[in-house]
Design a binder for this molecule. Sequence first.
Ligand code: ADP
Ligand code: MG
Length: 431
Amino acid sequence: QLATSGENELLQDESGSGATEHIKVIVRVRPLLERELNETTKAVVDASADRITVRGEGPSRQVQCRYDAVLGPDASQVDAYLHVNDCIAAVLEGVNCTIFAYGQTGSGKTHSMFGPPQLSTPPAGSSGTGRHRMLNHEVGIIPRAVSDLFNGVEALAEAESHHNAVATAAAAGGGGRPNVSIWCSLVQIYNEQVFDMLRDPQRSRPLAIHEDATAGTYCQGLSEYAVHSAEECLQLLHTGEEHRAVRETHMNQASSRSHSIFQVTVEQRLWEGEDGGERLLRSKFNLVDLAGSEKWDVRQEMGEERVSEMTNINVSLYTLGRVISALSKKGASVGGALDADGNPAGAHIPYRDSKLTRLLRDSLGGNTRTCLVATLSPSAACVDETISTLRFASRAKTIASLVRINERRAVDRAMVEKLQGEVARLRALVK
Ligand code: ADP
Ligand code: MG
């Protein structure tokens, strides 16, 4: 099923004031690869508990930093997932969540997010329904999150139907089962153009981004697929992977220069018996595999003119760095005042300067629980990039977001009046 994003939602926003929380930062160091071992490359990055130590040559190449979690070369895919899986419950409660993978090319972003390519798809003929579906131990965060999301939906439906069985015995009527809808989309940003990765790459054209007071920021004409199981969802990812391969035969090194955003939208309609109103919980879950961060270091702030001159610069990644810098500098750190959108009051944050930061604006100091997975190579040859990634991660860690449950109430006035009349009539009858 194909739906188009950006529909107007004529619902009242009844969300509360929300809670302030920081971007969670997890650093993951991959093991030396076989070819690196043969090259007698030294490993110079140590990971222990919450601390990363880089032992490069010279004082400027030796750093020690702390993060929310640090994963060493022996950490498994499950270990990595367990540091981000609090997102699943949050998404089901109506909270927006984003997980970003950031790091230089070859540091393990795609490995962490997707896992080895052929493994993220369910094996053909697998009976992967129910709560006992098997995942290969090498799959990454995205397939695990998708699987747990559907497990969570099943558990909610079961709990609710149990509750209703009891409730209906007590009182006629009662609430309905939570009506859950899940949609997925997959876009790639390459060279400041947004592509719909679930459309035939031969025929699809770059998408325009629009902002709208009711619909928020959206890609015009982006296909969003309604999915009913984890398998359907993973199948879409596989389709996206095939389309990416086709597209990349025409573009040099595109995968290290492009950003992938897999977005899952979860909507739950809950009937409330009392006032005949309908509660709507809607959350967006973004899983982002960023372009390789090498060469886009923002340590030396470049003038705007120079940036536009540089043909090879990744504008989105560069802008992401500037947004993170601006947010971390301008009072976004602990206790800083936030405006109504949850952004630091009074600060100019250059969200509008790139496609990536426009699309993920909410994930950067806005109404989204955000987790950054910073990936590192342990190799002595990569020390400069490693330190640059750690700097980025440290800045990100200071950023606060105002996160709230996205709850809206759709009230059908005529229906409410009709039902109230009915209740009064029935009350009179039982007196
Ligand atoms: P990136 O997406 O950051 O460019 P990849 O995820 O493609 O990097 O990883 C580069 C290589 O390193 C791949 O061969 C991948 O399988 C391997 N690799 C990355 N992280 C790990 C890890 N934690 N354990 C084992 N191998 C890894
Ligand atoms: Mg990659």
